[in-house]
Design a protein around this ligand. Structure first.
Ligand code: ZN
Length: 203
């Protein structure tokens, strides 16, 4: 099982970190050991002094595939949730400066928190999903899937050009603006529409 993640998929977020928008999806992978389930605490790692939250919509892959065409991509995922792409921003900045791979900043243990899934039914409008993220009860991130630069289907098509997608894989589809730091004691909660799907504490 692997977790595909997408960088800079919302223009306003790319801007807030001083990054340019890419003309093709920026993909990186987190291993299975990165998965953190809802209601499990996130233990602040000792190797960083700057953990950022990035709240993102998450897709659940339901079919094995490779070289999936965009027009068929919707057949390859059947669930949606919200997740947090925990990022050691201090380490990421250091690695980026030296043009080094950023796994240490992004793919460490428990760095991908994933909430409860909602089944995607034919009635579900994937182009109009509101999601939001609360830090200690304040809404700090709020967006709609329509704001994504690359939509779900084009992401799956692009990912599967390079990597096989397998049943049980997940994809975090990029964070909107509003990312920020979290510290020990913080309470994090993520929603699709008004439904709370992910809740955890930083310990
Ligand atoms: Zn992210």
């Amino acid at each position: 099982m692997k977790i595909f993640c997408v960088g800079r998929n919302y223009a306003e977020h790319a801007k807030e970190l001083g990054n340019e928008v890419s003309d093709e999806p920026i993909i990186f992978i987190k291993p299975k050991s990165a998965l953190l389930q809802s209601h499990t605490p996130f233990y602040y790692p000792e190797f960083t002094n700057e953990i950022n939250y990035e709240c993102e919509l998450v897709l659940r892959i339901s079919k094995n595939g490779k070289y999936i065409q965009e027009k068929y991509a919707a057949n390859y995922y059947n669930g949606i949730s919200v997740g947090i792409d925990f990022t050691a921003r201090d380490i990421q900045n250091r690695l980026k400066e030296k043009s080094l791979p950023w796994e240490k900043a992004k793919a460490f243990d428990n760095s991908a928190a994933v909430g409860k899934f909602i089944d995607i039914t034919p009635q579900f409008n994937k182009k109009d999903i509101n999601f939001s993220f609360k830090l200690n009860k304040d809404v700090v991130q709020k967006a709609n899937s329509a704001e994504m630069i690359f939509n779900f289907d084009s992401l799956i098509a692009n990912i599967s050009t390079y990597f096989s997608v397998n049943i049980g894989d997940l994809s975090l589809t990029g964070t909107p603006q509003g990312v920020g730091e979290c510290v020990v004691g913080d309470e994090l909660e993520a929603f699709i529409e008004n439904q709370s799907l992910l809740k955890l504490l930083i310990k």
